[in-house]
Design a protein around this ligand. Structure first.
Ligand code: NAD
Length: 359
């Protein structure tokens, strides 16, 4: 049966990089029998301009009907002064909330061709292949009560509530165990169980879920130690699972181990595995329209869509190998270029990936 992919190019460099990802998917459709139909929709600033909302009803209908969603990026200075409900980023928050996308998957893969970009020594990151699974709809960011109140002595006090239910912990743990099963079968759960009750429950539930996954080796780390280990010896990790707050910080730290935002994809999944796939970077308004954006994060997001959204690991692998091949050939956009290299543009990079795919 033909699977429906909704493409939301978004703002800034979004349309430029997504066009290249769509070319890669189209190539797989034509050459390798991938049975998909591509449909386009509006999200973010462009949606505000055209339909008056960053997440219009029409997009919501398309998103619910789609089997998977591929997003570019949203936002830009044009909309920075708009009221909060009309800010492009609200479109992103709304689609995640409306579709119940609670599991955020962020892989960090080290490409030997880009070794010089990593802030860590090459021997520490060579072969790095890490996935952070972050719970993204709960925790202290959403817990009630929250606010800023005045105390009797006139001082003000800010407060938030860290809260996780067993059902929330269990479902994110299952996503992480399943992901580990498809990889190297090692899962590290990160918490702060030595000081936080929320984390004590987190650890208890993760251990309970682990009974269903005897083939996955589970370990635990306190978040402070996890930061040390990520910088000291990141290759010890396969999959890390953690809550929203710790995941926000750890996933960004892990991302930078590869050295460039322009090559990092991500996925946000719901309870049934349906997902939204997007580059980790933003809409890069400073380079939008110049044809110099790196399309590889978007192209690798299409690979994640195939692996996690459409259960097509073989075709996902084809895209990933094609990307490695163009890097081997020495092609670089300006953001991942080393001294003395001549950069290629967005389209040229996309064309090279398609040529490697079809070869
Ligand atoms: P950004 O990620 O857009 O850009 C940071 C820097 O990285 C810029 O110098 C940019 O030129 C460069 N860069 C990013 N992606 C690149 C690529 N593919 N190729 C080459 N260079 C690239 O972050 P920012 O500047 O903080 O934010 C710009 C806009 O994007 C803001 O409106 C922000 O709200 C939005 N944003 C959107 C998302 C999203 O849609 N998921 C995420 C982050 C930021």
């Amino acid at each position: 049966m033909t699977q429906k992919i909704l493409i939301l190019p978004g703002d800034g460099i979004g349309p430029e990089i997504i066009a290249e990802a769509a070319k890669a998917l189209e190539c797989l459709r034509q050459e390798f029998g991938l049975d998909i139909g591509l449909e386009y929709g509006l999200l973010g600033g462009g949606a505000v301009d055209t339909l008056g909302s960053p997440y219009p009803m029409a997009t919501d209908r398309q998103a619910r009907a789609a089997d998977a969603i591929l997003l570019g990026a949203v936002g830009g200075p044009k909309w920075d002064g708009y009221d909060r409900p009309l800010r492009p980023e609200q479109g992103l928050a709304a689609i995640r909330r409306q579709l119940g996308l609670f599991a955020n998957l962020r892989p960090t893969l080290h490409y030997p061709q880009l070794a010089s970009l990593s802030p860590l020594k090459p021997e520490l990151v060579a072969g790095l292949d890490l996935l952070v699974v972050r719970e993204s709809t709960g925790d202290v960011y959403f817990g009630q009560p929250r606010g800023i109140r005045s105390l009797e002595n006139g001082e003000r006090e800010g407060f938030n509530t860290m809260v996780y239910r067993t059902s929330e912990i269990e479902r994110i743990a299952r996503v992480a165990f399943e992901a580990a099963r498809r990889r190297h079968r090692k899962l590290c759960s990160v918490d702060k169980a030595n000081t936080l009750e929320t984390s004590q429950l987190w650890r208890e539930v993760v251990e309970q879920v682990a009974l269903d996954y005897p083939d996955v080796a589970l370990s635990h780390l306190y978040v402070d130690n996890a930061v040390i280990q990520l910088v000291r010896a990141p290759r010890q990790f396969d999959v890390i699972v953690t809550g929203n707050l710790f995941g926000d910080i750890l996933s960004n730290g892990a991302a930078m181990l590869s050295g460039s935002l322009g090559i990092l994809p991500s996925a946000s999944l719901d309870a049934s595995g349906k997902g939204l796939f997007e580059p980790m970077h933003g809409s890069a308004p400073d380079i939008a329209g110049k044809g110099m954006a790196n399309p590889l994060a978007a192209i690798l997001s299409a690979a994640m869509l195939l692996r996690y959204g459409l259960q097509q690991p073989e075709l996902a692998g084809r895209i990933e190998r094609a990307v490695a091949q163009v890097l081997d050939q020495g092609l670089r956009t300006v953001d991942i270029m080393a001294e003395g290299m001549t950069p290629v543009g967005t389209q040229e990079m996309g064309d090279a990936v398609v040529a490697a795919l079809a070869a």
